[in-house]
Design a binder for this molecule. Structure first.
Ligand code: AMP
Length: 584
């Protein structure tokens, strides 16, 4: 655990904040020069890697030759290289530095997680980006070094590739690294959750002990959060289910016997002591009928909620507003397994205005204007135009060259000479509840697999659409199906339940893992009356859609359309069990 703060730390904090803010000023004043240096450094140290030679770069390190020679690619283009590395080939295929592990992205390829090779030193770049967040925040909310952050952080299961490299999500890799575990004392990484609780692989024990410590240290808490909004809401829901047990532990100073991990028990017992008054207070708040404002009631000194609510996570804003009684929702950073990208320099702005400033030292960034697919048209960081949408393309120190990340960004403004981007969406993704990102093709394949159960009944699917229902916790996928049937054989409910399960088993491994962790609820099929999708088309046309070009949307979000579908509901069915989930 970090040591206790010392008197002189105050000055050190102020000094460090100043340095970090100066760093941001510097790099945003001169981004093009830095980008050129970054590219040249990446290309010179990797001058002899197989991939660059294969494309004929011939050890050139300048931008022009790089752009002329190296293609813009997607994951599938380097899959065979990645497979070789995973199988144990240690020759410099993509990168001259040894590959230290694979980061399993929530983006999928053929239903499986993408595996991003990474190198040891990338941990330093990630740490650098993290180190900018609190100096930025402290300009807007002073005094955050005087208390604690209650962050619900978790690791996920990991595997090893046949060649023996770990394969795990980027945050699991970071929390397990010495950069996190052995961090020196810093008032800004002073969390209520002990490292042992964060690093506990059992999700119940990890969650229970993190909430328990957060409740014990209630009045020290100045900020609360998780990585994504869905994770934070899951923690509040857990509290809703288990507060009585938690209050018992606080009252008696004894720990729930279901917490069996010895290291976690020891760490929690260093914080937990009998506190009947605190237990009584928590109980009285939790047993009130309404959970509105539960965050500010239980953690009264909280200044803001730190969670990502940009992109699909914006669907959780109303729930967070309800629990926090309108505390600021702060999105601090934008990152991925491929690379950490940028920070929000105006963290107290409204979620709809959040923009991220890409940090030009992290990687070499290029931008593909939306609707153009000619790679000559890629523009550099400093040449993007205000108001335009682009797909982000990165060249990283770990050996990705001109790699399409799949995110669509819009230029919102500039910090000095560095552009700031709104996150618009992930390309093609239609449904997302947690870290799952289901695209139209995956959805279509899952629907196709499921409808085969209807054949024996002479029934077929005439139309379908989908909806990410986040009104309950956890949220779940809803499929609206309109059927036609040329026989009178009744279709038993169990057949529709089989359809639900088949769909789930066809969805990506990220979806299935989230189901196993209960981050997503059972998939639901809602059968709607005949003619519903015609009504949907009529409605879209009344709003100005062209009759010729109308296509059934494969996902709906607009409340009046969801209401229309729900008003014509004939029956509804849920997946009866968790889909099979094997590897990472
Ligand atoms: P992963 O590769 O699983 O780490 O997921 C990275 C992806 O998560 C990014 O490419 C984005 O699509 C999404 N993401 C990360 N940070 C943000 C953010 N601040 N706002 C919206 N989406 C984000």
């Amino acid at each position: 655990m970090p040591e206790a703060p010392k008197e002189t730390d105050q000055n050190l904090v102020a000094e460090n904040n100043k340095k970090k803010l100066e760093f941001i000023e510097d790099i945003t004043s001169n981004p093009d020069h830095i980008q050129q240096q970054v590219l040249s450094e990446i290309l010179s140290r990797n001058a002899h890697v197989e991939y660059l030679n294969r494309h004929g770069l011939n050890a050139h390190t300048d931008r022009e030759t790089f752009k002329k020679t190296i293609p813009v690619i997607s994951y599938e283009d380097i899959l065979s290289d990645i497979n070789r590395i995973a199988l144990g080939d240690t020759s410099p295929i993509l990168c001259s530095h040894p590959i230290s592990e694979f980061l399993t992205s929530s983006g999928t390829s053929a239903g499986e997680r993408k595996m991003m090779p990474t190198i040891e030193e990338e941990l330093e770049r990630r740490s650098l980006l993290y180190s900018l967040l609190m100096p930025v925040m402290s300009q807007f909310v002073p005094g955050l070094d005087k208390g604690k952050g209650m962050y619900f952080l978790f690791i996920k299961s990991e595997t090893k590739t046949p060649g023996g490299l770990p394969a795990r999500p980027v945050l699991t890799s970071f929390y397990k690294s010495s950069h996190f575990k052995e961090r020196p004392y810093d008032p800004y990484t002073n969390y209520t959750s002990p490292n042992e609780a964060i690093l506990c692989p059992d999700s119940y024990q990890s969650m229970y002990s993190q909430i328990l410590c957060g409740l014990c240290l209630r009045t020290d808490v100045l900020r609360v959060g998780a990585v994504f909004a869905s994770g934070f809401i899951r923690a509040i829901h857990f509290l809703e289910k288990h507060w009585s047990l938690l209050c018992h532990d606080i009252r008696t100073g004894t720990l729930n016997p279901l917490i069996t991990d010895e290291e976690v028990r020891e760490a929690v017992m260093r914080i937990l002591e009998p506190d009947p008054e605190n237990a009584e207070f928590v109980k009285s708040e939790c047993r009130k009928g309404s959970w509105q404002g539960i965050i500010t009631r239980l953690w009264p000194n909280t200044k803001y909620v730190d969670v990502i609510v940009t992109g699909t996570m914006s669907q959780y804003i109303p729930t967070l507003d309800y629990y926090s009684d309108g505390l600021p929702l702060v999105c601090t950073m934008y990152a991925s397994s491929e690379c950490y990208f940028g920070v929000n320099l105006n963290p107290l702005c409204s979620p709809s205005d959040v923009s991220y400033t890409l940090i030009p030292t992290m990687a070499y960034f290029e931008f593909l204007p939306l609707h153009a697919n000619n790679d000559n048209k890629l523009v550099d960081l400093v040449n993007v135009k205000q108001g335009q949408d682009y797909e982000l393309v990165v060249t990283t120190y770990a050996g990705l060259y001109r790699y399409r990340v799949g995110d669509v960004l819009r230029v919102a403004g500039f910090k000095n000479k560095a552009p700031q981007f709104n996150f618009i969406c992930r390309k093609n993704v239609v449904l997302s509840i947690d870290s799952d990102k289901t695209d139209e093709v995956e959805l279509q394949a899952a629907v196709r697999a499921a409808v085969s159960h209807l054949k024996p009944f002479g029934a077929s699917l005439t139309e379908y659409t989908s909806y990410a229902d986040t009104s309950g916790i956890p949220g779940h996928y809803v499929l609206y199906w309109e059927l036609s049937q040329n026989s009178t054989i009744p279709i038993p409910p169990s057949v529709f339940e089989d359809c639900c399960l088949t769909m789930e088993e066809s969805l990506s491994s990220v979806y299935r893992q989230n189901r196993a962790y209960e981050a997503i609820g059972p998939l639901e099929i809602r059968i709607v009356e005949g003619g519903t999708f015609d009504k949907l088309m009529d409605y879209a046309i009344s709003l100005g859609a062209s009759i010729n070009q109308y296509k059934t949307p494969r996902c709906v979000k607009f409340a009046p359309i969801v209401d229309l579908l729900n008003s014509r509901l004939a029956s509804s069915f849920f997946s009866p069990k968790c889909p099979k989930y094997g590897a990472v």
